[in-house]
Design a protein around this ligand. Structure first.
Ligand SMILES: [Zn+2]
Length: 100
């Protein structure tokens, strides 16, 4: 099954939107941060099934946060539609120290 970001955000809204609104922004941020930590741990341990699982959870919480902010993940991704937002090249030609 393939989703656009917009379809995914809509699915997350229909699945968890009511609960997420009741939970509120601060707690959603805390969950997103926790899931990013679990993703970091899965990357360190090297198990691809765990990494895929955690990527999905991070994406779900990111969609929840976007929804609560009244923003669109699809629009957020648009920032990169033309390649690097800084140098506008694909691939990026910024000096390495600039992008960390
Ligand atoms: Zn660049």
């Amino acid at each position: 099954m393939a989703f656009t970001l917009e379809e995914f955000q809509d699915l997350m809204r229909r699945t968890f939107g009511e609960r997420d609104r009741r939970r509120g922004l601060a707690e959603s941020i805390a969950w997103l941060t926790e899931e990013v930590g679990e993703l970091a741990q899965a990357v360190r341990k090297g198990d691809q099934a765990d990494q895929l699982h955690e990527l999905g959870d991070v994406l779900a919480w990111l969609a929840s946060l976007a929804e609560q902010l009244g923003l669109s993940l699809e629009s957020a991704a648009g920032r990169y539609a033309g390649g690097c937002p800084n140098c506008a090249a694909i691939p990026c030609r910024c000096p390495l120290e600039f992008i960390g």
